[in-house]
Design a protein around this ligand. Structure first.
Ligand code: CP
Length: 307
């Protein structure tokens, strides 16, 4: 049974096809409005979410399907000690496809290995968040008109930020990319991500703590929140949380066609005064995420023989 747990589960060609389908859905929504009639998506969210859960659910409704939902470990039998494996086997009896978010890294893979329907990882701990990356990729293609020949800055919590790990893995497959990794010393990109995605592929990258010194070089600036929920120590979080705050003044040094992205939720990383700048693309990312999730649900249900 085909599931999507991490970005490499999808080939570059498949990602291109998903983006083409998303564009077609945007252009012709009525054509897709009954495609999933009679099908059910289960959203199992054992960690907080606004965008990912609601966009999966909106995606299924806009395809004419239905949704079954678990929100929070406290409202399901996980609170009684039920394993992820048993939950996945159980929910497979009710739903045609599962989207799952869980605080433990690897939980989505365990679910996929035990489910008899496709499982989509909606974020597993600090590991990865592949459907956020699909939203990011469509945003980059729509805003920049290309996926290669880009200087991509990622800024903030690059250690715990799972969206960053997935984005670097995905973008590293395109031609002529350069990464600028901007973070405090304590929140650098993990070595395994640098080794597997950048060093092994000879992709140039630099690391810095200073956003303002590099902002003028960037085609894309991907801001991230410091992930309070992954810190062991509140003092460290408080010390690091406002390391980077993007303001209109800082943007004066940036290119006129910079694309400012953020997976959201933001806390303080981008001043609300930036929202009216035409370079701010983070709410476009939110909408693009719904269309990419529609495309992914269609692909996986077709492959599973359920459409
Ligand atoms: N980007 C993202 O995953 O947002 P939520 O946590 O609100 O789902």
């Amino acid at each position: 049974m085909r599931s999507v747990i991490d970005v490499p589960d999808l080939s570059l060609e498949e990602i291109d096809r998903l983006m083409d389908t998303a564009e077609d859905i945007i252009a012709h929504p009525a054509v897709y409005s009954e495609r999933c009639r009679g099908k059910k998506l289960a959203t199992l969210f054992f960690e907080p979410s606004t965008r990912t859960r609601l966009s999966f659910e909106a995606a299924m409704y806009e395809l004419g399907g239905n949704v079954l939902s678990v929100t929070g470990a406290g409202t399901s039998s996980a609170a009684k000690g039920e394993s992820v494996a048993d939950t996945a086997k159980t929910v497979s009896c009710y739903a045609d496809i599962i989207a799952m978010r869980h605080p433990k890294e690897g939980a989505a893979l365990v679910a996929a290995n035990n489910a008899s329907v496709p499982v989509i990882n909606a974020g597993d701990g600090g590991h990865c968040h592949p459907t956020q990356t699909l939203a990011d990729l469509l945003t980059i293609r729509r805003e920049k008109g290309r996926m290669g020949n880009l200087t991509v800055g990622v800024c903030g919590d690059l250690k715990f930020g799972r969206t960053v790990h997935s984005l670097i893995a995905a973008m590293s497959r395109y031609e002529n990319l350069r990464f600028v990794l901007i973070s405090p010393e304590e929140l650098k990109v993990p070595s395994y991500v640098k080794n597997e995605c950048l060093k092994q592929k000879n992709i140039p990258y630099t690391q810095t703590t200073d956003l303002e010194s590099v902002i003028g070089d960037l085609d894309i600036l991907y801001m991230t929140r410091v992930q309070r929920e992954r810190f062991f120590n509140e003092e460290d979080y408080l010390r690091l949380k406002d390391s980077y705050i993007l303001t209109p003044e800082k943007l004066q040094k940036a290119r006129p066609d910079l694309c400012v992205m953020h997976p959201l939720p933001r806390v303080n990383e981008i001043s609300v005064a930036v929202d009216d700048d035409p370079r701010a693309c983070y709410f476009k990312q939110v909408l693009n995420g719904k269309y990419m999730r529609m495309a992914l649900i269609l692909m996986l249900l077709k492959e599973a023989g359920r459409l």
